[in-house]
Design a binder for this molecule. Structure first.
Ligand code: CMP
Length: 141
């Protein structure tokens, strides 16, 4: 068993028909999917999930966007999952993302950047707990 991270396929990517391609890239990169759910988060849920950014100038834009359509929330497992997922998705700003990363290929802007990844093990557990109950996380073994 490896570590866990929390990921999201954001409304821009689901709207543009990229959900399947991003999931395929995720699995091909060696991540095991422990949980997956298609949701449409409310504005209040977006504000709660991103509470750490409450004072940022982009908070309103971010929470409006994240509640604008479908999001796939994912609990992923891999050795060093948090760092491995951040490497797989690339820089937050797609203009700075490396070739071959998910954001390089699917993100359109800093605000609409296709995917999310937790930034630490601690936040990964908090974020997984925000969207999943323990019994919704399933091992394939
Ligand atoms: P994410 O990894 O989901 O975490 C916070 C999000 O805020 C980030 O991805 C970006 O999509 C968004 N974000 C960060 N900086 C800005 C910005 N300057 N303007 C708009 N959105 C931003």
């Amino acid at each position: 068993m490896g570590n866990r991270t929390f990921a999201m396929i954001k409304p821009d990517a689901t709207r543009n028909g990229h959900t399947g391609k991003i999931l395929d890239r995720t699995i091909q990169a060696g991540f095991k999917v422990l949980g997956a759910k298609l949701i449409r988060m409310t504005k209040a849920q977006a504000e709660g999930f991103y509470a750490v950014h409450r004072e940022r100038p982009f908070f309103e834009e971010l929470t409006t966007f994240m509640s604008s359509g479908q999001t796939m929330v994912l609990a992923l497992e891999k050795e060093n999952a948090v760092a491995a997922w951040r490497e797989t998705i690339g820089a937050t700003n797609p203009a700075e993302a490396d070739e071959g990363t998910i954001r390089k290929d699917f993100a359109t802007s800093l605000g609409e950047n296709a995917v999310h990844g937790a930034d630490s093990d601690e936040n990964a557990n908090i974020e997984i707990g925000f969207w999943f109950t323990g019994s919704e996380l399933i091992s394939n073994q």
